[in-house]
Write a protein that binds this ligand. Structure first.
Ligand SMILES: [Zn+2]
Length: 340
């Protein structure tokens, strides 16, 4: 098959496009022909070596895949059936799986991280991870949802228990997580303030439902949150940047507020003023991904027009290097996709 892969760490120039061995499915796996694959920030960490692929190099990135079943032996799916792939792998037998908390499985892994992913014509997938794709959803729309939108859904709806009338700070409206989180918070009846890195993303952020937009390069987001909430602070912060953004977010929260930490796309490190945590009785909740049931709920909301998949650009797989550079340059407004 053809794939966009890398065999050493670095920037987009390390992405190679060419022949790559066909994936060989194991006993409980099948092959999916990739029709669309979305890029994610975690791809950049895998590429530059901050999160080196556990199975080593060469490696094919790509966590979010929609496509068709390549085999005629998959129970419940005909050959050619349209599917979207749930990207998390769990063992089903460890203490946490047995407690129903598969995202903290002792042997947890992601498509495109712990196994080769969807920057390719074919990908091997555990059969339980296949989700039938509604005819109303395009492959591109479906591929834009299973990691970023699902993670945002789980963070806001399940972990932070967002409620009508609450206020939410969503970092990075232009990102996949941010563009989904704004819409999900609005769907729940909350009000949203968000951040962007350039003024040309302000209208985009508002079109998703954000009431206030802060350019974090020219404005202090804590000050702007305080102004927007009449000095009160927000009930929830959706944090996925790390470093100074994480550190300052604690000052943007009101008493009894919740910070959901769902990524560390700039740095894995962040300090915290603990006085803020105990004096304001804050909750800091780590979260990753969500359940397959939540993914089908997200897909259903999109099919019914209640959530909008935010797709910025589609690149041919052969031009994956340009797609990666586009994301590294932080140019995107929503998801960037590869199509073989
Ligand atoms: Zn497990």
């Amino acid at each position: 098959m053809r794939a966009a892969y890398f065999k050493e760490h670095g920037g987009s120039e390390k992405i190679l496009y060419g022949d790559y061995p066909d994936p060989e499915p194991g006993p409980a796996e099948t092959l999916v022909r990739v029709r669309a694959c979305a890029l994610n920030q975690v791809d950049m960490l895998l590429l530059d070596g901050r999160f080196p692929p556990p199975e080593g190099l060469p490696h094919v990135n790509g966590c979010e895949v929609a496509g068709t079943i390549e085999s005629d032996t998959v129970k419940g799916f005909a050959k050619g059936a349209r599917v979207v792939v749930f990207p998390g792998f769990s063992c089903g037998t460890c203490e946490y799986c047995l407690r129903g908390e598969r995202t903290v499985c002792l042997r947890y892994g992601y498509l495109g991280a712990h196994k080769d992913g969807g920057y390719a014509e074919l990908v091997r997938v555990p059969v339980p991870n296949l989700v039938a794709l509604d005819e109303r959803l395009s492959f591109e729309a479906a591929a834009s949802l299973p990691l970023a939108a699902l993670t945002s859904w789980h963070a806001l709806v399940v972990q932070a228990e967002v409620k009508p009338g609450q206020t939410v700070l969503v970092h990075a409206a232009g990102s996949g997580v941010g563009s989904a989180a704004i819409q999900i918070a609005r769907l729940a009846g909350a009000r949203v303030i968000t951040t962007v890195g350039s003024d040309d993303k302000i209208d985009f952020a508002k079109s998703l439902g954000a009431e206030a937009v802060v350019n974090y390069r020219t404005q202090d987001f804590v000050e702007e949150v305080r102004k927007w909430t009449g000095k009160r602070g927000v009930d929830i912060v959706v944090e996925h940047i790390g470093g100074e953004t994480f550190e300052k977010s604690v000052y943007a929260l009101t008493r009894l507020g919740v910070m959901v930490s769902i990524g560390s796309h700039d740095t894995h490190w962040g300090r915290m003023d603990l006085r803020q945590v105990y004096q304001k009785n804050l909750r800091v909740k780590g979260t990753n991904l969500g359940s397959i049931t939540e993914l089908t709920t997200v897909l259903d909301h999109v099919a019914r027009g209640l959530l909008r998949p935010v797709i910025d650009r589609t690149f041919p797989l052969s031009n994956a290097r340009a797609a990666v550079q586009y994301v590294l340059d932080r140019k995107q407004k929503g998801k960037v996709l590869l199509v073989p």
